[in-house]
Design a protein around this ligand. Structure first.
Ligand SMILES: [Zn+2]
Length: 460
């Protein structure tokens, strides 16, 4: 059975209200029940989880009992991971390689989303109706909790929302936008997508013309837009700005708030769980713990005490049944807040330290510099079939070295020609024809000293 949005919204509001009044037990109880249900479902319907969970007790309502999973391993077992035998890797891959099917429903019922984030590995995900309904319900609860100021401001500005992201691909935001605007005339009036692949002057001109009431988009691009607003080229007055996708520092949030003189509420989320958390006015991300479990852990996957920065974080999405994410290693380093947040939100709060976007800056030849956000590259590589992992390193001010790990059976020359033509187009659009592309023999590598892997490495 799939719960309706109206019921889900009432339930989420009730859980938060009760938690504010008398502690977090109502949230923890929902989390335990939903986890036990999802684990039972996964064991019954997913051959991969049936095998992985063989030795576990009949009922599992404590995530710490479950083994840790990750995108690379799960993707390798895709056909056994999913709980619907009609959802196969080859069918889903054919679907995502077809741009005409963006925002269409796969098998008439599932949304399909691809991602690389900034980790470089492409993920392909099926999201079911329950996922969409929970996302819709928690979105309504989050908007209602913004308070009268931002909501009144948005209404006064015609409630026009600008989505600044990657367009033309099966990304969760753009696929959702395409689906929403096709299925509803009202949404067509209040939603518009703006591509991060547009050259900055054109993106600025289009946003000036649209005059959005709210801007939601990739954090790294919104940081660049804040600089455009400071310089006076961008002249918009949104009542709300929601950066997402990359980690934000408090300084970033304050700079964006000052540039646009508005409320900034960053979103820490991922395609695997778009409703993972919402940022508050005090700079913390509050995890929607009735529908998601976020466990900060050390390198051996032991819990990190509140107040200490974790090595990584494990996600369990309690809603999506078709492709269950259970104790799934996200790779982000977070700081769990040890005490109640002064904003009054009873949900657990974290700050995110990892996944900070690295912006590449190039000399334009006219004494200025042109900045490109890392998402511009990860979304370019996402569109090219056969790329398992990529790395773009700016080895000199006007040289980009591209390292690739290709899927078995792909034709390296063909993939390279496609990458070169798309990347040259992107650079030309941004007035960067002088930037040279180098094809590396070596595969993507970690930071010197065994540090973290970064998909985009700026010149230092
Ligand atoms: Zn807070």
């Amino acid at each position: 059975m799939t719960e309706k949005i109206s019921w889900l919204r009432r339930d989420a509001r009730r859980a938060r209200k009760e938690a504010r009044a008398s502690g977090t037990a109502p949230l923890a109880q929902r989390q335990r029940e939903r986890l036990a249900d999802l684990v039972a479902y996964a064991r019954a319907q997913s051959p991969y989880y049936a095998k992985l969970y063989q030795g576990l007790p009949d009922r599992v309502d404590d995530p710490a009992l479950l083994p840790v999973t990750d995108k690379t391993t799960l993707t390798r077992h895709f056909d056994d991971w999913v709980t619907d035998r009609d959802v196969t890797f080859s069918a889903v891959t054919a679907f995502v390689d077809d741009p005409d099917r963006i925002g269409r429903r796969f098998l008439g019922k599932y949304s399909i989303a691809t991602t690389s984030g900034t980790s470089g590995h492409r993920g392909v995900f099926a999201l079911d109706e329950r996922y969409q309904n929970v996302a819709g319900a928690l979105g309504l609860v989050a908007y209602a909790s913004l308070g009268a100021g931002p909501i009144a401001g948005m209404l006064a500005r015609g409630f026009r929302l600008a989505l600044v992201g990657a367009t033309g691909g099966h990304y969760v935001s753009f696929a959702g936008y395409t689906q929403a605007t096709r299925e509803s005339a009202w949404r067509r009036r209040i939603l518009r997508a703006f591509s991060v692949h547009l050259p900055m002057p054109e993106l600025v001109a289009r946003l000036n013309a649209y005059r959005p009431a709210a801007v939601i988009g990739y954090a790294s691009v919104i940081r660049l837009l804040a600089a455009e607003q400071e310089a006076g080229r961008l002249r918009i007055r949104p009542a709300l700005v929601q950066p997402a996708g990359d980690a934000m520092t408090t300084a970033d949030t304050e700079r964006i708030a000052a540039a646009f003189r508005t409320a900034v509420r960053p979103i820490y989320s991922c395609t695997e769980c778009t409703y993972l958390s919402n940022g508050c006015a005090h700079g913390w991300y509050h995890v929607n713990s009735d529908w998601a479990v976020l466990e900060p852990v050390d390198a051996e996957f032991r819990p990190t005490p509140p107040g200490q920065v974790s090595h990584t974080v494990l996600l369990t999405n309690l809603a999506n049944r078709v492709q269950p994410f259970l104790r799934y290693n996200l790779g982000d380093s977070v700081l769990p807040r040890p005490d109640p947040c002064p904003c009054g939100n009873p949900l657990p709060a974290v700050r995110v330290h990892g996944r900070a976007g690295d912006i590449l800056s190039f000399p334009s030849g006219r004494g200025e510099s042109v900045a490109l956000a890392p998402m511009v590259f990860s979304t370019l590589f996402d569109r090219i079939p056969g790329v398992e992992l990529f790395q773009v390193e700016q080895t000199a001010p006007t040289t980009l070295r591209i390292r690739l790990l290709l899927a078995d059976g792909t034709e390296p020359e063909q993939v390279w020609q496609r990458i070169r033509s798309e990347a040259e187009g992107l650079l030309a659009d941004n007035g960067l024809r002088s930037v040279a592309l180098e094809r590396a023999e070596e595969p993507p590598r970690q930071e010197p000293g065994g540090g973290k892997y970064r998909a985009v490495v700026p010149y230092r």
